[in-house]
Design a protein around this ligand. Structure first.
Ligand code: AMP
Length: 274
């Protein structure tokens, strides 16, 4: 595995590759969720590039940029074991100029839910993903459904800017308890981890209600909120269609249920696609 820390090193390493390139962008502190993307990309492509870059422009003032978990040595070993060809770990100065052209998230779907809670987050996310996709030269890039709105906006950017890359959505990986894996879970104490299960439990409850024929969004959300009473703060519970418009009735095959909540220090998100 080649570790490239500069754009030049990345380009040089890429020159040694022949054939298709799969790409998995991450912010590191790798866990089984990231690994599921890496394994899928490994299977489906001749070459595999993974990036680890904690992107400052997608963190808002007061968010956890400085405290975001960093585990470079462990991450390098994980990537080696996963047969990654190139691990791209750039410094911020490699990725950004002082006065940059910026990409803006769409004014509607980029400013609801996560975009409403974290205005500006998606601009920074799209900006770095555009850079990373271009640098990687990937034919396929892999993203988790855990960040459902992020995934949808990246797919839209690829369409709107005619980027020549296939975005591959990957299922959410969970602990056996149901908790969706996240780099931010390391902030949870044992007691908080138990309360954090309310997110996946509320989504499980929603699934059971839908299976039993309940499609009314207000009714489903009310039952979810009850389960979520143990978290410190619920930021949103939403039932939306695939373009993130809130819907009054679940449309099976075209709906998502999303939740964001604070438990102790971290803000956690989870969702199901129904
Ligand atoms: P991050 O390092 O948090 O930026 O995540 C990098 C990629 O891994 C994103 O595409 C995430 O959606 C994906 N990811 C993070 N957690 C999970 C998970 N539990 N299951 C599946 N994909 C995940």
């Amino acid at each position: 595995m080649i570790i490239a820390r500069t754009i030049d090193e990345l380009q040089e390493a890429k020159n040694t590759l022949l054939g298709s390139i799969g790409f998995v962008p991450t912010m590191g502190a790798l866990h089984e969720g990231h690994l599921s993307l890496i394994r899928k990309a490994r299977e489906e492509n001749e070459n595999l590039i993974v990036s680890i870059f904690v992107n400052p422009t997608q963190f808002l003032d007061g968010e956890d940029l400085d405290k975001y978990p960093r585990k470079d040595e462990a991450d390098i070993k994980i990537c080696q074991l996963a047969s990654v060809d190139i691990l791209f770990m750039p410094a911020i100065s490699q990725m950004y100029e002082r006065d940059e052209l910026c990409i803006g998230a769409p004014m509607i779907s980029g400013y609801v839910l996560e975009g409403a809670s974290r205005p500006g987050h998606f601009d920074g996310m799209l900006q770095v993903v555009m850079k990373l996709l271009n640098l990687s030269g990937a034919t396929k890039a892999y993203f988790g459904k855990k960040d459902a709105q992020q995934l949808a906006l990246i797919m839209q950017m690829v369409r709107d800017y005619f980027l020549d890359v296939e975005i591959v959505p990957c299922d959410i990986v969970r602990e056996s308890s149901g908790l969706a894996l996240s780099s931010r879970n390391v902030y949870l104490s044992t007691e908080e981890k138990i309360r954090a299960l309310a997110l996946s439990k509320s989504l499980q409850k929603a699934t059971n209600l839908i299976i039993s024929g309940e499609l009314d969004s207000a009714q489903i959300k009310a039952e979810m909120v009850e389960i979520l009473s143990v978290v410190d703060e619920v930021e949103y519970v939403a039932i939306v269609d695939r373009t993130f418009n809130e819907i009054d009735k679940v449309e099976i095959g075209n709906s998502m249920i999303l939740v964001a909540a604070w438990v102790g220090k971290p803000r956690l998100i989870d969702n199901i696609w129904v």
